[in-house]
Design a protein around this ligand. Structure first.
Ligand code: ADP
Length: 579
């Protein structure tokens, strides 16, 4: 047996060793998808380098042919496993069925068998020659089947390359560098192959197994630096499948692409039954809103689903990669318990607030009763002591005034509770605004005249019409006019002016006005500027007037105040369709 040596052998052995280490390291990551396949690619490169070494070292024709056949298995293995790896790496797992694997293995296996038993030079025409440095070498000239095989092999490599490059473009930035490295790793062996074909490298030196070493190193960097073979997507996938929240993924046309098991059970359907259909079939009522708003900002909607009904929070977000819109993700979170707890919380807060308001109301109301009651009581005492008829009469008159005050207070309290209680419906009718105001003015004219106060009423010429509860509005207007008269000096003038826009009425008096510090409070219940009760009143007129206006979707405002008087205005929306 004649042994021979060439420096390329050293290179082959180094490549074999390094590839073996790389294959081993990659294999230990075999929990990550694709790493096993890549380890097999590297293992084939190891065997290829070893086969090439043995072919070179032993100068025996039969041995050399056997080794050439052996390296050929490795080359086919590399092509085959690389093809599968590319599919796995680019997440085309649906292709990787056993059937597919068997079918794609047919060409390499058959062509290898032909090569193995080739007696008629169908594959290669082999000859021996003495090359540079007196090396005894095997020449293999490709024949028909070798070309068929080469077309298949390169076809697989090129398709795999396209698949990987496509996935690079679609890869989130996080994996971009990794995908670029992997593309380089596959391009390197192909480049060396072309170099050999084009005669740049002598044909007895096959650098491909050596180049695979570089490719293996690139892959390893990709693996170590960039979480090779995508652990994070695996984690995402696990979350996607196990999370309680429903997730529906739709494309840019709002057609359903995927749905996780939770979404299936929340929506009572399956991915296979809905895939490719519009999102509208899942959310008929909310679809329009989701579609219109999600493009600009994430949409949040509360909706009720299922039987028994539960409350969900639907959140829709855009899915984009490198600012390119790729679709939308719809997430459903069950907020039933949270919602019940928060409703219970608000109910308790409301209850507390109601109790607080009621307690304050009762305390203040009781306080208002106390003054007239104590006047009546002392009056009674004096009547019992007095024998003068004139004096008794005067005390009785005083008591009547106090009784009237109490009955006025009771009326106001009842009115206040009626207006405040949203359960009590207002009887709204289309009424002429001027008429409403004027009727109230006329009822007060006589009492105003008793103090020399002139009421000047000005109607609005457009005769606006509004939806009004006649009785309630009369109460509100009466309170405002009564205030204007009561807080005006004798022999002055009060103007009542109806105007538009809206149905507006202004009560303009020349009275004492309201100081700035009191203005923020005068609409509070029981608030009075004259806290010492020297003037008649309970501090309920303005709250009633404001509440009545608000129940008509209007307002009462203190427009101005000065030494010269006050201007209170009440407005409510006019009915645009007068009839
Ligand atoms: P009251 O029964 O005390 O008049 P209101 O709620 O009607 O209760 O008014 C609250 C307070 O606002 C009054 O006590 C008074 O001090 C002040 N006020 C209301 N209207 C006028 C007005 N036209 N001019 C001056 N002060 C006013």
């Amino acid at each position: 047996m004649l042994l021979q040596f060439s420096p390329i052998i050293v290179l082959y052995l180094v490549a074999a060793l390094i590839n073996l280490i790389l294959a081993r390291t990659t294999w230990y990551q075999h929990k990550q998808p694709g790493s096993g396949l890549w380890a097999l690619v590297l293992l084939c490169a190891v065997l290829w380098a070893v086969g090439s070494t043995l072919q070179m070292v032993v100068a025996d024709p039969i041995w050399m042919l056997s080794m050439a056949r052996f390296t050929h298995i490795c080359i086919m293995g590399i092509v085959y496993f690389w093809g599968l790896f590319a599919l796995r790496y680019s997440n085309h797992n649906e292709w990787l069925t056993l059937r597919f694997k068997i079918l794609t293995a047919i060409v390499p296996v058959v062509s290898y068998l032909i090569f193995l038993f080739d007696r008629g030079n169908w594959f290669y025409a082999t000859s021996y020659y003495t090359g540079e440095g007196g090396l005894f070498l095997l020449r293999m000239e490709p024949r028909l089947l070798a070309w068929v095989w080469a077309i298949y092999g390169y076809g697989v490599l090129i398709i795999s390359l396209v698949v990987v490059v496509r996935s690079v473009w679609r890869t989130p930035n996080l994996y971009r560098m990794q995908a670029v490295l992997i593309t380089l790793a596959v391009l390197l062996p192909m480049t060396s192959n072309f170099a050999q074909f084009s005669g740049l490298i002598p044909d007895y030196i096959d650098l491909t197994p050596v180049v695979f070493m570089a490719a293996g190193i690139l892959m390893l960097i990709a693996a170590q630096r960039f979480e090779f073979l995508r652990l994070v997507p695996v984690a995402y996938d696990t979350i996607y499948h196990s999370i309680n929240n429903g997730i529906v993924i739709v494309n840019t046309d709002w057609r359903i692409v995927r749905m996780n098991p939770s979404a299936e059970s929340i929506l009572g359907t399956t991915q296979s039954a809905t895939v490719g259909q519009s999102l509208q079939i899942l959310f008929p009522a909310q679809y329009e809103v989701i579609m219109r708003t999600t493009y600009e900002q994430p949409t949040m909607i509360e909706l009720k689903l299922g039987n028994p009904v539960r409350t969900y929070e639907l959140q829709a977000n855009t899915l984009s990669n490198q600012s390119m819109l790729m679709g939308y993700i719809i997430m459903l979170a069950d907020i039933t318990e949270r919602k019940i707890a928060s409703e219970e919380h608000s109910r308790l807060l409301l209850e507390e607030e109601r109790t607080r308001i009621l307690t304050t109301f009762i305390a203040k109301a009781a306080h208002e009763f106390r003054t007239p009651l104590s006047v009546i009581k002392s009056g009674e005492y004096l009547i019992g002591k007095s024998s003068e008829l004139e004096k008794i009469r005067s005390i009785a008159t005083q008591n009547t005034i106090q009784v009237d005050a109490i009955s006025h207070l009771v009326d106001n309290l009842l009115l206040m509770t009626r207006v405040d209680n949203r359960q009590v419906a207002f009887n709204l009718q289309k009424l002429d605004w001027n008429e409403c105001v004027q009727t109230v003015v006329e009822t007060q004219r006589a009492s105003a005249a008793g103090r020399g106060i002139t009421l000047i009423y000005e109607a609005d010429q457009t005769h606006p019409v509004a939806l009004i509860d006649d009785e309630m509005m009369a109460n509100a207007l009466r309170e405002l006019l009564d205030n204007a008269i009561r807080y005006s000096p004798n022999d002055s003038t009060v103007r009542i002016v109806c105007s538009t826009p809206h149905c507006t009425v202004k009560f303009i008096d020349e009275g004492i006005g309201i100081g700035e510090s009191d203005q923020p409070h005068i609409f509070e219940q029981f608030y009075r500027v004259d806290a010492s009760h020297n003037t008649r009143g309970f501090g309920l007129g303005l709250p009633i007037a404001r509440a009545v206006a608000e129940r008509h979707n209007g307002r009462v405002e203190l427009e101005s105040s000065s030494e010269q008087g006050s201007v209170f205005s009440l407005w409510l929306p006019a009915d645009p369709l007068k009839s």
